[in-house]
Design a protein around this ligand. Structure first.
Ligand code: COA
Length: 242
């Protein structure tokens, strides 16, 4: 895992640390980052030594300023793009991870940046964080799940307003909208994320994984189906423990 160019992946105390590392370009998400992120996510998913992961951005100015606009007009044809997506579905992989994922967000959190954060389970932001979904202004729509994940987190009307107007949101409003769980001073961002990770990692990883699935999968079901899911997961967990 040491050959990466635009992502730093480290493991410490059962926590996987993923750092987007293109600070000169405000950590814009390019093809290289997509390929490296795919490998890192697969490692987090499979590695029993990692119980929880923290995602953050290198440098002082951004978690991630969205898709790399210098690659914007060099995108492959839709057919190739669809094939690549099928072979390397980063966002599907992200959402399939049953371990808790925490986003530590500072500075610009735009486009794919906010979408990446929305693939995480808990979002901590520093006071300087600014969020935006600028895709419509570029004549496109979110391509990393944002049109689906954003309304599930902040609700339909708010998500539509943010997406259709391209309006940016500052940290405190993001907390009010429940886009982020907490806002902390910049210097406390990583420690705050680590405090959460350290509380989670001491618990039985199967109980954590099943609890995450009960909520994340259950949200897309009716209450009746959700209760059935909860009963099934609870039963499986009991069987595993006996
Ligand atoms: N893709 C590629 N490079 C990007 C980038 C992106 N999405 N966002 C920023 N950068 C690069 C800039 O080109 C600049 O590079 P340079 O120093 O080689 O010229 C560097 O990051 C710093 O950005 P800069 O624009 O100079 O900083 P700023 O403080 O004036 O503005 C932003 C910051 C975020 C407002 C501005 O960079 C911006 O609007 N970025 C694009 C956001 C966007 O639309 N993302 C796509 C979503 S789909």
């Amino acid at each position: 895992m040491s050959n990466f160019e635009v992502i730093i992946y480290e493991k410490q105390n059962e926590i996987g640390y993923v750092t987007l590392n293109r600070p000169h370009a405000l950590n814009a998400y390019n093809l290289q980052m997509r390929d490296e992120l795919y490998q890192v996510l697969a490692a987090i998913k499979d590695d029993p030594e990692v119980k929880v992961a923290i995602f953050r951005g290198a440098g002082e100015r951004a978690f991630c300023a969205g898709a790399d606009l210098t690659e914007f007009l060099t995108a492959p044809s839709p057919v190739i793009a669809r094939q690549v997506r099928w072979e390397r579905d980063v966002w599907g992989l992200f959402l399939s991870i049953t371990k808790p994922l925490i986003a530590a967000l500072h500075g610009y959190v735009l486009g794919s940046g906010i979408e990446m954060a929305l693939c995480c389970d808990i979002r901590v932001a520093s006071e300087d964080a600014q969020f935006g979904v600028p895709e419509v202004g570029l004549g496109i729509i979110p391509a990393a799940g944002g049109s689906q994940t954003l309304p599930r987190v902040i609700g339909r009307a708010q998500a539509l307003e943010v997406l259709l107007t391209g309006r940016w949101i500052k940290a405190e409003e993001a907390r009010r909208l429940k886009l982020v769980n907490q806002v902390v001073p910049r210097g406390d961002l990583l420690p705050a994320a680590e405090r959460l990770a350290n509380k989670i990692r001491i618990y039985n990883p199967m109980a954590i994984s099943y609890a995450k699935q009960a909520i994340t999968r259950g949200l897309d079901l009716s209450l009746e189906q959700g209760l059935e899911l909860e009963a099934n997961l609870g039963g499986c967990l009991l069987n595993l423990r006996t």
